[in-house]
Design a protein around this ligand. Structure first.
Ligand code: SF4
Length: 536
């Protein structure tokens, strides 16, 4: 890339630089910050930095974001500092605050403090982390500000193959997070040793919804993508309740773990608040490998949870993985069969197969010998260090499954080819699956018993039923009865009870209505019912 940057700027570079030039001349900044979330915008980041260094050497330039956070933690290549003055790692607020302080207050060099910052000193790349100040709390980081972006000029990229990928790039979503980091933080392929996963800090539901209102007011757009690593179910529930209480008309989607707290009821609540889609990792659809990954879910549980979302009208996308260390050919075939059955049962609508990649900050990358793989080299490069080449002791070439897995998924997402033999997707011999043909069907039938915790919260999100009371008589006996009719957007249904129970139901629905501040527990509702029932 260094050599490419010595070449004449390309056609696209020139467009980028002409926009940058106008901005720099209009704003005349003292500090220029470039966020590099992915390798895909690294080159452009360097091009921009190069132009600013050449034409405005007085401006300091700093890089932060997902790419340096994961790849540049062991940076030692001095050439980077021909372009950038600073590279900051992890949460950017405090490191940048300190840079601003140093620049604005012209702090003498020996007094300057830094947080997680690489810079060049006496011709050497050094890492400074000498400030005692603590990082900003998530409650204090504020709402993202899109001021100055031409929000109505973005091009919608409509991808038709994969419904979830289409959502990513078709139209624009305001980005927010419910929590910093991951509340689970255990999956062995994930960067769990890095702050962006390891440091879990949720934001209060009310504050999240304040941020929703703020962004809605500023952008005029009511679509929200929560870019959480895995949004916590209890917080999603509180956010949903708050959205409904404030009567906000928003749509939102996020990333989750398929855990069992996503009950049918919770999914209905999420849908009522505007949740339209979730994505989550099924990874390798094999219970042995899910355990090794420490995902904390089973295939059966994923099937039930995805069913709950689907029935509530929320689209489900699954991240699928193949080639995890020690994964056998049989397990890849069985995993494909599970995925086939999940699509056939209609509980998944979208998915994507990723080949396992070993990264430096995941447990597999850090303790590879425990997972049956050997790193090709222990040498640490001078620039990007994240993806690690390794040798899997199974000796299987997982890459050869790539085409067949993707092709089959493409067809399943279109609701076709469920009856094909798995062998038909590959041009080499594969073993027969060991998964029974109705594994998912059984998992979905085998439902949990009605077993609600006393502390569960009971909330009514429907309207007030219309009630009729009447007397029923049979063979000389008479009963006082109630007929309650409920209406929602799609249907009406009627419940008949005796009069006392009917009256109780009408009154409790009022008490537990979502608009009330007080939320009743299941134990309280049960006790309330029992006091009434004893008069029967
Ligand atoms: S893979 Fe997802 S659920 Fe697992 S630790 Fe990483 S962010 Fe959390």
């Amino acid at each position: 890339m260094y050599h490419a940057l010595q070449n004449e700027p390309t056609y696209i570079d020139n467009i980028l630089i002409s926009v940058l030039k106008d901005k720099i001349e209009a704003i005349q900044p003292k500090l220029f910050l470039i966020s590099v979330p992915f390798p895909g915008n690294l080159y452009s980041a360097f091009r921009c930095a190069q132009w600013v260094k050449t034409n405005h050497p007085e401006i300091k330039i700093s890089m932060g974001g997902g790419f340096p956070n994961t790849e540049l933690r062991s940076l030692s290549d001095k050439r980077v500092f021909q372009f950038f003055d600073f590279i900051t790692l992890d949460d950017g607020e405090l490191p940048i605050d300190l840079l601003i302080q140093n620049i604005r207050e012209k702090v003498p060099k020996e007094m300057q403090m830094y947080k997680r910052t690489f810079l060049l000193e006496n011709g050497e790349v050094i890492y400074k982390n000498d400030s005692f100040r603590k990082d900003y709390k998530q409650a204090d980081v504020g709402t993202p500000d899109y001021t100055g972006l031409l929000l109505d000029k973005y091009i919608s990229v409509i991808e038709i193959v994969n419904p979830m990928h289409r959502m990513w790039s078709d139209g624009r979503w305001n980005k927010l997070t419910m929590a910093h980091g991951c509340y689970w933080g255990k999956c062995t392929f994930c960067d769990i040793s890095l702050d962006y996963i390891k440091v879990y800090e949720p934001v209060q539901a009310r504050q999240i919804v304040d941020r929703i209102e703020d962004l809605y007011a500023k952008t005029g757009q009511n679509g929200f993508h929560f870019v959480d690593e895995a949004a916590p179910p209890a917080l999603m529930r509180e956010v949903a309740l708050e959205i409904i209480r404030r009567k906000l008309a928003v749509t939102w989607w996020t990333n989750i773990r398929f855990e069992k707290s996503f009950t049918a009821d919770l999914c209905l609540l999420l849908k009522a608040s505007g949740c339209i889609a979730v994505s989550g990792g099924l990874e390798v659809a094999s219970d042995r490998l899910l355990k090794l990954i420490d995902k904390g879910v089973t295939v059966e549980q994923v099937a039930k949870v995805t069913r709950n979302f689907t029935e509530a009208g929320i689209m489900v996308h699954a991240y699928l993985m193949y080639g995890y260390p020690t994964q056998t050919v049989q397990e890849t075939v069985d995993s494909l069969e599970m995925v086939r059955q999940l699509f056939e049962a209609g509980v998944l609508q979208s998915g994507f197969w990723h080949q396992f990649a070993m990264t430096a900050h995941s447990p597999v990358g850090m303790y590879s010998e425990r997972f049956g793989v050997v790193k090709e080299t222990e040498t640490i490069g001078t620039f990007a260090n994240n993806d690690i080449n390794y040798i899997d002791k199974t000796g299987i070439d997982h890459n050869k499954f790539s085409f067949g897995l993707k092709k089959s998924l493409f067809n399943f997402m279109h609701g076709i080819c469920f009856d094909y033999e798995l062998q038909d997707w590959f041009d080499f011999k594969i073993p027969r699956t060991k998964i029974s043909a109705n594994f998912i069907e059984h998992a979905l039938k085998d439902d949990d018993h009605f077993n609600t915790k006393p502390t569960a919260k009971v909330v009514w999100i429907g309207g007030k039923p219309s009630a009729e009371f009447f007397t029923k008589s049979k063979k000389g006996n008479t009963w006082e009865m109630a007929s309650l009719t409920f209406h929602d957007k799609r249907e009406s249904f009627t419940v008949q009870t005796n009069k006392i129970e009917g009256e109780w139901l009408v009154s409790i629905l009022e008490k537990i209505h979502i608009s009330n501040e007080k939320v009743f527990s299941f134990a309280e509702v049960k006790a309330d019912f029992e006091t009434v029932i004893k008069w029967l």
